[in-house]
Design a protein around this ligand. Structure first.
Ligand SMILES: Nc1ncnc2c1ncn2[C@@H]1O[C@H](COP(=O)(O)OP(=O)(O)OP(=O)(O)O)[C@@H](O)[C@H]1O
Length: 276
């Protein structure tokens, strides 16, 4: 069964006829490092549909974080364009702040403020947007429920496990109803069992919140389990090697990983990764 397709085929467009929400076009990134130029990304083209879940995989150093940081408005591309809902997120090396109002970011480290309670951490983006205390409390309670932290509103980050801290970070990113959620190895530091649980929960959060997700991971299994499409980058410079649709039914369970279809998709991706 051949399921992987070349980058420039129809698979670089969203699956299922959904409308485009994020468009990456001809993106290049060259870092000026002390040891010379590092060509991190070359001619990246990708169209991501509304509500789609995209996993970004590839060897260490292939440019996954660079691409995510460009999408997140943290790093300008050297050339090319990125648009969110048709609006350019970079204009001549300058960030277009308006385009980022509906973005949520989650990184490997939860980055919670230790002196704030879970509820205050979750509601911080709302406070910064001028939302009143009562509405913030209500939203934090709702989000604690959604991410599986009910009753922990008044706990402090030091009282939470690593998985619980990541749930709080996800809740914080969801607090202002982002339409786009960018996640850089959010579960990379968690043990295998907690990671499985977080993957199941992220799947249901994605289904409920309806946000478009771009998720960077080193784990092919995790990438396939979560994604509608898996984007594989190859290094030096980072290019899209393949875009693989994952036509497995949702909701997916841990049983899904034992299916022949799942294992075949993983096998093909591992083979491509080995080929470099
Ligand atoms: N600030 C920087 N200055 C110079 N080179 C950089 C910088 N950041 C990243 N690079 C280089 O760009 C390339 C891509 O890095 P990036 O962190 O995007 O890869 P990655 O796929 O996310 O790696 P990993 O899987 O190890 O996190 C690498 O060769 C890296 O050394």
């Amino acid at each position: 069964m051949t399921i992987s397709v070349p980058a420039q085929s129809a698979a670089s467009s969203p699956a299922g006829g959904t409308t485009a929400q994020l468009e990456v076009s001809g993106v290049d990134k060259v870092y000026q490092a002390r040891r010379g130029e590092v060509h991190a990304l070359s001619h990246v083209d990708l169209t991501i549909g509304r509500g789609e879940f995209i996993s970004l995989v590839g060897r260490s150093g292939c440019g996954k974080t660079t691409l995510l940081r460009i999408l997140a408005g943290l790093l300008p591309p050297s050339s090319g364009t990125v648009t969110a809902d048709g609006e350019s997120i970079w204009r001549g090396g300058k960030r277009n702040d308006q385009a980022f109002e509906h973005f949520g970011l989650v990184f490997q480290d939860a980055n919670l403020f230790p002196w704030y309670t879970v509820a205050d951490n979750i509601a911080l983006p709302l406070k910064l947007r001028g939302v009143g205390k009562k509405a913030r409390r209500a939203r934090a309670a709702e989000l604690c429920e959604l991410v599986g932290l009910p009753g922990f509103e008044n706990a402090y980050p030091r009282e939470l496990s690593g998985g619980m801290r990541q749930r709080a970070a996800i809740a914080r990113a969801l607090s202002y109803d982002p339409t786009i959620l960018l996640m850089d190895e959010p579960f990379g530091a968690l043990d295998a069992l907690t990671r499985d649980k977080m993957n199941l929960e992220l799947q249901s959060i994605h289904a409920q919140a309806g946000a478009t997700v771009v998720f960077v991971t080193h784990s092919i299994n995790e990438a396939v389990f979560l994604a509608d499409r898996v984007v594989l980058l190859t290094p030096r410079p980072g290019r899209i090697r393949s875009i693989t649709p994952v036509p497995l039914a949702r909701p997916r369970s841990l049983e899904t990983e034992t299916s022949a279809e799942f294992q075949e998709i993983v096998r093909v991706l591992r083979h491509e990764l080995d080929e470099g």
